[in-house]
Write a new protein. Sequence first.
Length: 168
Amino acid sequence: MSIARPTDPIADIYSQHHGWLLRWLRGKLNCADQAADLAQDTFLRLLTAPPEQPHSLREPRAYLTTVAQRLVIDHYRRHSLEQAWLDTLARLPEPMAPSPEDRLLVLETLHRIDAMLDGLLPPVRSAFLLSQLEGLGYAEIATRLGISERTVKRYMVQAFERCILLIA
């Protein structure tokens, strides 16, 4: 007589779909190592999802594809950001080039800022960037975005709260 063991839904999803997801990611990234990393990150997201979610997945491949696609987008955005930083460094005269430690600190800061901006709703992000990068005042931002000045103030509060959370 064998004893029936309860099945682990995440282990089942992993065993049934990991190979498929890995192949899918390889096709998107053209790099087996990056594909393996993002496949693991995808399943890590599944493991850290609310407890009821893995049990309620009717379409695990759709869920895994959505999570993995977001991770691929993040990967390419980080890569683009790093490349822009490296291009900037390459144009600096040798005596002005930062140390490897400073390069890493700047790159980490850029990633944190990128994550902060990505976490803002598009209109909030637009208002914040117009203020911080173009130096526009709230009235000018309101005109440019076609919103009230009060809304701009509310957006800026949201953006600055996110900045504070980034620092904390």
